[in-house]
Write a protein that binds this ligand. Structure first.
Ligand SMILES: Cc1ncc(COP(=O)(O)O)c(C=O)c1O
Length: 439
């Protein structure tokens, strides 16, 4: 299907996070997606090496999800999200809470990862307020990505994502990122400087006073910046400092959740339980927009107990929180992750995926490769203009028949959990061919 059969003009749509002029001169439209593949508007088959934006591990257009949404929409297209609800929202929250580490059992639904982060920020504020504490400082990290809403941008450590937007939240303290240029091509957790880097939080405590810090937000594996795995001991030390100072620890598991790094959640993989977790993306296999924030029982109880009888406890929520179609998609996705053994399949394919991609480490275009589970940051050498080579590589890759998400010069590879070894071979072959063609 040619794009001009659907539309006369590409001009009006303002595409997010995209060079609009360049894109419109050389558009890359997807007209169909199924399993591991996309079909472009010229009829080409494109293997999806990033599961969309890391959101569709069960493959595109999974019939069970399509059917669940279709059946639900026959009866419920919308239910007011405030003051009323519907059974699917409770069923999904219950199912999700069974997957989450104890004692994280209360789930608030939102529509994206960005909304999950901003909701988590407000939950932290509501919690400390209910506790009668004046904690107004947040700790985040260089190279962090926490979405694009004002709270998430305030926590952002990616320069381009914040330099135009100066009016963000004050009182954010940044820890150093964990990438070390002396530790290239590490697979899994670097051995190095976990405790030393986590002690940046201790320095914030020493400088500002622990009782002024509300929460520490981290992606357990920094995803969008190109897969920065926490060095050994890092998350454990953050947990310890938070416990010693009454600081809430928030894991942003928007990418790492639902099997991406080799266990259900990063909290399970690394054996560190946060107080609050944010999720989105694979929650519905990317089929319907949805995110969630899950909190420890004690946080839910403190906030709900503080309100007067009959009063709303948390003045926050979205018109589409817990939308019936999203809940149906979420229930179907979580069900098939289990029934089709997708967490195990991903874990079983991981060594082959990592071996195959790391085999490109000596290519002259490659600067670093960082991988864990089913996630790899594949960093190209810059040509002097940051992001230029990555942008070119992304386009060339697409026309060579492969989709990969890039941040700057780094491709973030995240195959479907339904991928076979032959799909990995196809991805690596197309990646190598594209690298060979780069100037
Ligand atoms: C860790 C993290 N948090 C938040 C977000 C924002 O999610 P969304 O794009 O659904 O708003 C992302 C998106 O990639 C993410 O990786």
């Amino acid at each position: 299907m040619a794009h001009d059969m659907l539309t006369n003009s590409l001009e009006e749509y303002w595409i997010p996070f995209t060079d609009n002029k360049g894109f419109k001169a050389d558009p890359r439209l997807v007209v169909k997606s199924s399993g591991n593949y996309l079909t472009d508007h010229k009829g080409g088959q494109v293997i999806d090496a990033s599961s969309g934006l890391f959101c569709s591990p069960a493959g595109h257009a999974h019939p069970k999800i399509v059917e669940a949404v279709h059946e639900t929409m026959k009866d419920l297209t919308y239910v007011a999200a405030f003051g009323t609800s519907h059974p699917l929202s409770f069923a999904l929250a219950e199912k999700l809470s069974r997957l989450l580490p104890e004692p994280i059992n209360h789930v608030f639904f939102v529509n994206s990862g960005s909304e999950a982060v901003d909701t988590a920020l407000k939950m932290v504020m509501a919690y400390h307020s209910a506790m009668g504490q004046d904690r107004h400082r947040f700790v985040s990290r260089e190279r962090a990505y926490h979405g694009v809403n004002i709270g998430g941008v305030s926590l952002s450590g990616l320069v381009s994502n914040r330099k135009t937007f100066q009016s963000v939240m004050p009182n954010i303290v940044m820890m150093r990122h964990t990438w070390d240029e002396n530790e290239l091509f590490v697979r899994g957790q670097p051995e190095g400087r976990g405790v030393e880097l986590a002690n940046d939080l201790q320095r914030a405590v020493d400088t500002f006073g622990g009782s002024t810090i509300a929460a520490c937000f981290v992606e357990p594996v920094a995803g969008s910046t190109g897969t920065l795995c926490p060095p050994r001991g890092y998350l454990e030390r953050l947990r310890q400092i938070c416990d010693e100072n009454g600081i809430l620890l928030v894991f942003d598991e928007v990418i790492t959740g639902f099997g991406r790094i080799g266990g259900r959640f990063a909290a399970d993989v690394f054996g560190v339980t946060p107080d609050i977790m944010t999720m989105a993306k694979a929650l519905t296999n990317g089929s319907i927009p949805m995110g969630a924030v899950a909190v420890k029982d004690s946080i839910y109880e403190v906030i709900t107990d503080k309100a007067a009888p009959g009063a709303i406890e948390f003045f926050h929520g979205y018109t589409y929180s817990g939308h019936p179609a999203a809940c149906a998609a979420g229930l179907a996705a979580l069900e098939l992750y289990e029934t089709e053994g997708l967490y195990d399949r991903a874990a079983a394919l991981s060594p082959y995926f990592l071996d195959s991609v790391y085999a490109l480490r000596d290519h002259p275009m490659v600067r670093d490769i960082r991988g864990i589970g089913s996630l790899i940051g594949f960093e190209l050498k810059s040509n002097g203009t940051p992001g230029a080579r990555g942008g070119q590589a992304q386009k060339d890759l697409f026309w060579n028949g492969m989709h990969a998400k890039f941040t700057g010069d780094t491709a973030i590879l995240a195959p479907m959990f339904i991928a076979e070894q032959s799909h990995i071979d196809e991805m690596v072959g197309k990646l190598a061919k594209t690298l060979d063609g780069l100037a």
